[in-house]
Design a protein around this ligand. Structure first.
Ligand code: FE2
Ligand code: FE2
Length: 480
């Protein structure tokens, strides 16, 4: 009898050691589309652990100061609406409505009352019926509240580009404390298979393994990305749900309901609690990380059909003087007492290129079909004076997929987005203001790491390709 009890006990111990479904498995977990990712508006004392599951169920996060964890928080589940798989494994129908809707659920566990500048370990668990899937045990560090050091990375515009995984892995190997991402995540937000791997969903052969979450959650070779570090993100033109409004005149002019950032805003819900999807909704936020204040605004536009001039560039969110976003930004920059100020926006208000010659404001189409911009350039005439007046140290862009920076009246304007490809053409004109970049380097892929220490904010541009891969090719002081 004693031996039987002993055998049963041994069996129970052995059974307990068998991994539950998908435990710590690699990509393609049974219950989840993504690993956990971290979002917060209060990085010194609160963290949202977020992940995407395939079925409705329950989620919870266990966390603590050691890998033994100890405290459990239940996740709130949201259904993410608007994502679709492809109508056949060979491709999507261009009309989103003709592709099957995909069930996608988001789990958000909010870890509160955390200590600043402290490492926390956590593990996310998904439960659907009797199936349980646990993530690995990851960790993150809360932000300091005073002048202590931190490091962050700048990137944007991954867009399923061929070299994005290799570049982003190098960023992850620097183990930044947080990431600032300047917009353009993939190409078409309603296509679920551009966010993460979806079984039987079309993906172009060249884009396999290059979905946004797969790139941003790499953990091979010591990379620490979204599972370990919060991301502060801003929308670009590729975050509009239905990209046909950029090429279809009828849609762009007649269907305001199609002008929506809904999928992007659902994915990053804790940064946008109001979930206002339509133009001039609340697409901005700000956050204090240590002694740096980060303001994220929505500034992007596109030329929808027949090139630049018919009927002209279209803006999504207004950045004119007195617009809700500009009123907010002015107050936000005016009221912060942070030592350093940073602005994250997608539109590259200073890069070389033809598009810089078309002022960022509402187009006016003349009877003869020509287009004028009587209001001038709002980025240059409205935003730039605010940045200067309120001593903004750095403004980062995306959109041009270049490495380029300018210094104007003590404000650094930076695009460090040659992550996966590059759009620079040799004879691109300089900005009409006459300002030229301090540096442009587009012969290699690259990224930027910025360190705040006792010397101030120091930035380094790293080569991500070429003979000097891994080396710093551009080093400069942003603020002392
Ligand atoms: Fe882009
Ligand atoms: Fe863009």
């Amino acid at each position: 009898m004693k031996r039987t009890v002993s055998f049963i006990l041994t069996l129970m111990v052995l059974l307990a050691m068998i991994p539950t479904v998908g435990l710590a498995s690699e990509a393609g977990e049974e219950l989840t589309y993504t690993k956990p990712y971290l979002l917060t508006l209060n990085p010194s004392n609160e963290m949202n652990v977020v992940w995407i599951s395939k079925e409705s169920g329950e989620g919870f996060v266990e966390f603590g100061l050691t890998e033994d964890l100890g405290t459990t928080v239940a996740a709130t589940q949201y259904e993410i609406e608007g994502l679709r798989t492809s109508i056949t494994p060979e491709g999507y129908d261009p009309d989103p409505a003709k592709n099957p809707e995909l069930n996608v659920f988001q789990q958000i566990a909010t870890l509160q009352n955390l200590k600043p500048n402290t490492i926390y370990y956590y593990q996310a668990t998904t439960k659907v019926g009797d199936k349980i899937e646990k993530s690995k045990v990851y960790n993150f560090k809360t932000a300091p509240v005073n002048g202590e050091d931190f490091t962050f990375a700048l990137l944007s515009d991954l867009q399923l580009k061929a070299e994005s995984p290799a570049t982003v892995k190098q960023i992850g190997q620097h183990k930044p404390d947080f990431i600032i991402y300047g917009g353009d995540l993939q190409n078409t937000p309603w296509k679920a298979g551009e966010w993460f791997f979806v079984e039987d969903c079309y993906i172009a052969p060249a884009e396999i393994g290059k979905t946004w979450f797969e790139i941003m959650q790499q953990e091979e070779d010591g990379a620490e990305l979204l599972q370990y570090t919060p991301i502060f993100i801003t929308p670009g033109n590729h975050e509009v749900d239905d990209q046909r409004i950029m090429s279809d005149k009828e849609m762009a002019t007649n269907n305001p309901d199609d002008w929506s950032l809904s999928i992007y805003m659902q994915m990053f819900r804790p940064l946008y609690p109001e979930q206002e999807y339509y133009p001039n909704g609340k697409h901005w936020y700000s956050v204090d990380y240590g002694d740096m204040h980060i303001s994220s605004i929505s500034a992007f536009r596109w030329h929808p059909w027949s090139g630049f001039e018919a009927p002209g560039w279209i803006m999504f969110d207004d950045i004119s003087e007195g617009s809700p976003q500009v009123r907010w930004l002015k107050n936000d920059l005016k009221t912060t007492d942070a030592k350093y100020k940073w602005v994250n926006m997608h539109w590259h208000m200073l890069n070389r290129g033809n598009d810089g010659w078309y002022p960022y404001s509402e187009p006016l189409v003349e009877k003869d079909g020509t287009v004028k911009y009587p209001h001038g350039d709002y980025a240059w005439n409205v935003l730039r004076p605010l940045f200067e007046k309120y001593d903004v140290n750095g403004v980062n862009f995306g959109h041009s997929h270049v490495y380029e920076r300018y210094l104007i009246n003590d404000v650094n304007y930076i695009e460090a987005a040659s992550i996966g490809n590059n759009y620079r053409v040799a004879d691109d004109p300089y900005h009409p203001s006459g300002y030229k970049p301090v540096i442009e380097e587009n012969s290699i892929r690259s990224f930027m790491i910025i360190t705040k220490d006792e010397n101030g904010l120091t930035a380094q541009g790293f080569a991500a390709s070429g003979p000097n891969q891994g080396q710093v090719f551009d080093s400069f002081i942003i603020a002392e």
